[in-house]
Design a protein around this ligand. Structure first.
Ligand code: APR
Length: 235
């Protein structure tokens, strides 16, 4: 019976694929006002600005590649029962071969009607995969309303958090890679790990986690994953 490894990732796991993180020096939230491009108020204030922000990130994703950290996480599926819970909206975990990826904050390659069933029921029936193409103001969903990013904006609920909690509660090992753990509810997920579950954290900077179960690997994701895999052998 394979042990259950749950991997919570943030923007740092995609940094070595060329993506800026949000809160590092030069990060996205230094270049853009998060309230303008990633909040529900910002969407209603200026849809074109938000569509353009995500069009730019979608275009970058088209030419990006998974890095060795994404690949190492996918590779662990041969030895562990792996669930990836990612705060990232990129598809690099999937492109590296991970087969079970839960996107807490949505997906860059998907859009949905701004007035649709998702907000009321959580049903993804109206979600459309647009791959890497730009979506403009006036690009309407089949139901006639404007297409919007299938992204959880600040000010919106995180419908998949219950499923994420359920996964963490069943973890034998929890690994956190590349998150500053500043955005809730994702940042509080580690608290649901069983008392005997070791928590490994990979980050080049210290992360605010004071928990006796934490083993901190202070490195970038690609090197940290190699060290983590070595430490797994001792488990
Ligand atoms: N390898 C691993 N970690 C890295 C690397 C790297 N090469 N480079 C930076 N990091 C770390 C940073 O030290 C930081 O702890 O990645 C983390 C990135 O933190 P944030 O920029 O805050 O990103 P994240 O934690 O994913 O943000 C959570 O905030 O804006 C919202 O919805 C957005 O999902 C995002 C959420």
């Amino acid at each position: 019976m394979k042990k259950h490894l749950v991997v919570l990732t943030g923007a740092g796991v995609s940094a070595e694929s060329g993506f800026a993180t949000f809160r590092d020096t030069g990060g996205l939230w230094e270049q853009y006002d998060v309230n303008d491009v990633a909040s529900i108020e910002g969407w209603y204030r200026n849809r074109s600005l938000v569509l353009d922000f995500y069009n730019q990130r979608r275009a970058q994703l088209k030419d990006a590649k998974p890095n060795a950290a994404h690949e190492a996480i996918a590779g662990l599926e041969s030895t562990y029962n792996v669930d990836v819970i990612t705060q990232n909206v990129d598809n690099l975990h999937e492109r590296a071969g991970s087969t079970r990826v839960l996107h807490l904050h949505g997906e860059l390659t998907k859009m949905r009607p701004e007035n649709g069933v998702y907000d009321k029921t959580g049903s993804e029936a109206e979600v459309i995969d647009v791959a890497y193409r730009p979506i403009m103001l006036g690009d309407l969903a089949p139901n006639g309303s404007q297409l919007r990013p299938h992204i959880v904006f600040f000010g919106e609920a995180v419908p998949k958090i219950e499923k994420a909690i359920d996964l963490v509660e069943k973890a034998d090992i929890l690994l956190i890679v590349g998150s500053s753990l500043q955005v809730y509810p994702a940042a509080g997920l580690y608290r649901y790990a069983p008392s005997g579950c070791p928590i490994y954290v990979i980050d080049p900077k210290p992360v605010p986690l004071s928990d006796p179960r934490v083993h901190f690997i202070q490195d970038v994701a690609t090197k940290g994953m190699a060290a983590f895999i070595e430490q797994l052998k001792a488990l």
